[in-house]
Design a protein around this ligand. Structure first.
Ligand SMILES: Cc1ncc(C[n+]2csc(CCOP(=O)(O)OP(=O)(O)O)c2C)c(N)n1
Ligand SMILES: [Mg+2]
Length: 598
C-alpha cells in the first residue's frame, strides 16, 4: 500500500522533531491510529485518560520544554474534551497543536453521529489558526502552518481531518495554480528594539530614585541581564505568577510573587517605588502595582499586541527581553544611593522570616504551608514544579523558594482546576532526566489527578529519572472557594458545594504500584519529602491538611475581613495569629450574621 495522508502527517511530525503526541483514540482518527501502528509508534502516542488531560499534557510539555506540544482526539466528544486544555494554552501563551478527527466527508452536514461543527467549535480557542483538510494536497501546508503559527504566536492551533481523508492516497502539492507547497523548519526572529526608545527608557530609569521591576514569563532566560539591571538601578524585582522561575528566590533583592498570591515584600516594593520597569509580564491586577500617578513606568514586551495594558506606561518598548536589556545596560548609570535597595533587601529578609513563622504555626493536623516550606529546603536544583489551582497556588507562589535552575508553572490565566498531574506528566516527557513535583488539592485530584495517576503508573519506567511526586493537600474541602466566599462574599461555607467526599488517595496510589504515604503529622513531612525525592519510582504524599489556614486574598472587600485579610497578607502577625487560632469561631465574629457550619 502506498502512503496515505495519515502516514505523511506522522512523517511530517517526525520531521518537525515531535517525539510525543498526547491523545485518546476514537473512530474519527482511526485512520491516523492505523498509520501510527505502521510507523512503529513514532512519534510516541502517549495515552491520557481523557482528552482534556491530553491537552494539559501537551501544555505542560510546551511550558517545560519551550517547544510545541501536540495533542490529538477524535471528532465530537473527543474534540470537545480538548477545549479546556487548549484554552489554558491560549490564555498562558503556549504553543500547542491539536490534530482532531471529523466525520467522513460523505456524512458532513448530515447531522451524523458525533458530527459537531469543529471549525466553529475551535474558532475562538484556536483563533490564530484552525483549518480543515479536505484533500491530500493540503496536509503538509496545514500542519506546517499550524506548527509555525503556534510557535511564533505562542498559541494553540488546530488541524481538523475528516476520517476518510486520513486514508486517502497521498498526493503532494504540485507546481501549478491553486496548489500550496510547504516546507518544514523555522528560524525565529529576535525583535531588536528601537535604539531611540531604549535611550528614552534609560533616561527615565536613570532619573528614578526608587526603581521597582516586575518580571514575567517573557523575561525567561534573562537572569544575568536582569541581575545587572537591578544592580545598576539599585532595584528590586517582583515576579508575576508565570515568571516564578525567571529569577531564583535566593537573590536578596527578589521580592517573590506579586498580587493576590504575593508577598509583603512585593507589595511594599510596588507601593513605595517611584519608577516601574515591567519586563515580559501582563500581570493583570493593577491594584497591586504602584498607585496611579505614583510612579513613572516603562514596559518591555515581545509584541505590540500585549504591551501597554494594565498600567499607564510612559514608554511601551517592543523588543525581545534579552536583546533589549543588553542594549539598555550600557546606558544605565549606577545609582550611588543604595538605601532603596537596602530597604528592599530588609523587606525580603523579613518576608522569609514571616513565611517561616507562618509555616511553623500549629494547625489541625497539618498546616499546608509546612508542605511547601519543607519542600523548599529539599527541592533539587533541577526540579520541575507544578501547582494546581486552589489553595496550593497561594502557597506555591508565596512560600516555595526556587533556587538553581528550578522550573515551575501552573494554569496562570485560565486558573483552571485539574492540570497539576497532567502538567507534571508533560514535563517528564519534556525532560525525562529531571524530577517533577505536583502540588495538588484533593478536589483537583478527584477531578483529574487520580485518573492521571494511572497514566503515571503506565509510563514512569520510560523516564530516565523516575521521580514524579504528587503532594495532595487533603482538606476534604474546595478550600480556595470556601475562603473566597468567606472573605469576599461574606458568606459562610456552603457545605453542599464545598465539602468533598473523603478518599484514600494513598491507598489508590499504592494499588497502582506507586509509592505512597498518608501524612497527618507535620514533623513527618520532611522525611516524607526526602523519601519521595530519593525514590526509584513516582510517589504520592497524601497530606491531611487543616482547611482553616486561610489563603486569604488581600483584595477582600467585606467589612472587617477586608482589613483582617489585608493585615495578614501585609505582615501583621497579630491578625495572622487571630485567624489561625480559631477560624471557625472567628469567621462568625468577623462576618456578622453569618453562620459557618464547618
Ligand atoms: C475547572 C474549574 N472549576 C472550578 C474552579 C473554581 N475553583 C478554583 S479553586 C477551587 C477549589 C479547589 O479545591 P481543591 O483542589 O480541593 O484545593 P483546595 O483549595 O481545597 O486546596 C475551585 C472550585 C476552577 N478554577 N476550575
Ligand atoms: Mg481541597
Amino acid at each position: 500500500m502506498g502512503e496515505v495522508v495519515a502516514d505523511v502527517l506522522l512523517a511530517r511530525l517526525r520531521e518537525w522533531g515531535v517525539r510525543q503526541v498526547f491523545g485518546f483514540p476514537g473512530d474519527g482518527i482511526n485512520g491516523l491510529l492505523a498509520a501510527w501502528a505502521r510507523a512503529d509508534d513514532d512519534p510516541q502516542f502517549v495515552q491520557a485518560r481523557h482528552e482534556e488531560m491530553a491537552a494539559f499534557e501537551a501544555v505542560g510539555f510546551a511550558k517545560f520544554s519551550g517547544s510545541v506540544g501536540v495533542c490529538t482526539a477524535t471528532s465530537g466528544p473527543g474534540a470537545i474534551h480538548l477545549l479546556n486544555g487548549l484554552y489554558d494554552a491560549k490564555l498562558d501563551h503556549v504553543p500547542v497543536v491539536a490534530i482532531v478527527g471529523q466525520t467522513a466527508r460523505s456524512a458532513m452536514g448530515g447531522s451524523y453521529q458525533q458530527e459537531v461543527d469543529l471549525l466553529s467549535l475551535f474558532k475562538d480557542v484556536c483563533s490564530d489558526y484552525v483549518q480543515m483538510c479536505t484533500v491530500p494536497e493540503q496536509i503538509p501546508n496545514l500542519l506546517d502552518r499550524a506548527i509555525r503559527i503556534a510557535t511564533t504566536e505562542h498559541a494553540p492551533t488546530c488541524v481538523i481531518v475528516p476520517s476518510d481523508v486520513f486514508e486517502l492516497a497521498y498526493v503532494p502539492p504540485g507546481h501549478e495554480f491553486k496548489q500550496v507547497p510547504s516546507s518544514v523548519g523555522l528560524a525565529q526572529a529576535t525583535v531588536a528594539p528601537d535604539p531611540r526608545a531604549v535611550r528614552q527608557v534609560a533616561d527615565l530609569l536613570n532619573a528614578g530614585a526608587k526603581v521597582a521591576m516586575l518580571v514575567g514569563q517573557g523575561a525567561r532566560g534573562c537572569r544575568e541581564e536582569l541581575t545587572e539591571v537591578a544592580d545598576l538601578l539599585g532595584a528590586g524585582a517582583a515576579k508575576a505568577l508565570l515568571g516564578k522561575d525567571v529569577l531564583p528566590d535566593t537573590l536578596p533583592w527578589v521580592t517573590g510573587s506579586i498580587g493576590l498570591l504575593g508577598t509583603t515584600a512585593s507589595y511594599r516594593l510596588m507601593m513605595e517605588c517611584d519608577t516601574l520597569l515591567t519586563i515580559g509580564s501582563n500581570f493583570p491586577y493593577t491594584q497591586f502595582m504602584p498607585k496611579l500617578g505614583q510612579a513613572r513606568a516603562v514596559q518591555i514586551d515581545r509584541s505590540g499586541k500585549w504591551i501597554g495594558m494594565r498600567y499607564p506606561y510612559e514608554i511601551n518598548l517592543v523588543g525581545d527581553a534579552r536583546t533589549t536589556l543588553q542594549a539598555l545596560i550600557p546606558l544605565l548609570t549606577r545609582k550611588s544611593d543604595r538605601s532603596w535597595r537596602e530597604q528592599i533587601e530588609d523587606d525580603v529578609a523579613d518576608w522569609w522570616q514571616t513565611a517561616d513563622r507562618r509555616a511553623l504555626t500549629g494547625a489541625e493536623p497539618v498546616n499546608p504551608i509546612r508542605i511547601f516550606s519543607e519542600l523548599s529546603e529539599r527541592l533539587p536544583s533541577n526540579a520541575m514544579v507544578v501547582s494546581d489551582s486552589g489553595s496550593a497556588a497561594n502557597w506555591y507562589a508565596r512560600h516555595l523558594k526556587f533556587h538553581g535552575d528550578i522550573l515551575g508553572s501552573l494554569s496562570g490565566t485560565l486558573a483552571t482546576m485539574g492540570p497539576g498531574v497532567p502538567y507534571a506528566i508533560g514535563a517528564k516527557w519534556a525532560h525525562p532526566d529531571r524530577p517533577a513535583i505536583a502540588l495538588v488539592g484533593d478536589g483537583a485530584m478527584q477531578m483529574n489527578g487520580m485518573a492521571e495517576l494511572i497514566t503515571v503508573a503506565r509510563y514512569w519506567s520510560q523516564w530516565t529519572d523516575p521521580r514524579l511526586v504528587v503532594a495532595i493537600l487533603h482538606n476534604n474541602d474546595l478550600n480556595q472557594v470556601t475562603w473566597e466566599m468567606r472573605a469576599m462574599a461574606g458568606s459562610p461555607k456552603f457545605t453542599a458545594s464545598q465539602s468533598l467526599p473523603d478518599v484514600d488517595f494513598a491507598g489508590f496510589a499504592a494499588s497502582l504500584g506507586l509509592l505512597s504515604s498518608r501524612i497527618d503529622d507535620p514533623d513527618a513531612l520532611g522525611s516524607a519529602w526526602q523519601a519521595a525525592l530519593s525514590a526509584d519510582r513516582p510517589s504520592v504524599l497524601d497530606v491531611i491538611c487543616d482547611p482553616d489556614v486561610p489563603p486569604i486574598p488581600p483584595h477582600a472587600t467585606f467589612g472587617q475581613v477586608k482589613s483582617l485579610a489585608g493585615a495578614i497578607v501585609h505582615g501583621d502577625e497579630d491578625a495572622w495569629g487571630i485567624v489561625k487560632q480559631g477560624v471557625k469561631q472567628k469567621v462568625q465574629q468577623y462576618l456578622p450574621g453569618s453562620k459557618d457550619p464547618s
